[in-house]
Design a protein around this ligand. Structure first.
Ligand code: MTE
Ligand code: MO
Length: 203
């Protein structure tokens, strides 16, 4: 069986011993960290960077880079799953929990749109962003987040397909309804759970 499997998929795509059950259905193991961007990589300087939480909230908030660096950060070990079918295991990022960012804003709606420098957007239900499920990260494996992977800061929502993890993120806009973002307007699933293979509109 394992011989047949390795011939079919190639050694590169075989997950390490004992980790096959962490690869969601229809995904293959990827040891590297591919870059997937629709369009050019925007230049985002930390000197003019800010992160905002606005929309339907009791009190909108925004942080400069220095203010953001002063927030409590945590290490986030995780696996990530791209809808183009690669899964990367045992990687880690460091950043600020969305719970921390929402602590004083009083969300008044159940949805959010993450928006990015460069114009990318993606929609998420508030419950997918809270209770320790989402972060705004500024480091990857101990180094500043590389710009091609969304540096200086990206959203990280590892339990959903990776298109929900907006690179070069500039803020979260709270909404009272669910509105499709960039890929969701182009056929990707509104929710995007890799374990349920929520890839495209009709999945
Ligand atoms: N701003 C922005 N964020 C984005 C994208 C993008 O094109 N622009 N692509 C998404 C998709 S489809 C994926 S799979 C991941 C890829 O992240 P990576 O390039 O760090 O692997 O970023 C997501 N976030
Ligand atoms: Mo993707």
């Amino acid at each position: 069986m394992s011989e047949f499997f390795s011939r079919g998929f190639g050694g590169r795509r075989r997950p390490p011993e004992g980790k096959a059950d962490r690869i969601p259905p229809g995904q293959y193991y990827e040891a590297g960290f591919p870059v997937l961007t629709a369009g050019p990589t925007p230049t985002v300087e930390t000197g003019s960077w800010s992160f905002s939480v606005d929309g339907v909230v009791g009190a909108a908030r925004s942080w400069s880079w220095d203010e953001f660096q002063a927030l409590p950060a945590e290490e986030v070990p995780c696996d990530i799953h791209c809808v183009t079918k690669w899964t990367k295991l045992d990687t880690s990022f460091r950043g600020v929990s969305v719970d921390t960012l929402l602590a004083d804003v009083e969300p008044l709606g159940g949805y959010a749109t993450a928006f990015s420098y460069g114009g990318y957007t993606t929609n998420l239900a508030l419950e997918d962003l809270t209770d320790g499920k989402a972060w705004v990260v500024t480091e990857w494996e101990g180094e500043p987040l590389p710009s091609e992977h969304g540096g200086p800061a990206r959203l990280l929502v590892p339990h959903l397909y990776f298109w929900k993890s907006a690179k070069w993120v500039a803020g979260l806009r709270l909404m009272d309804h669910d509105e499709p973002g960039f890929w969701e307007s182009n056929g990707y699933h509104m929710h995007g759970d890799p374990w349920r293979e929520e890839r495209y509109w009709n999945d």
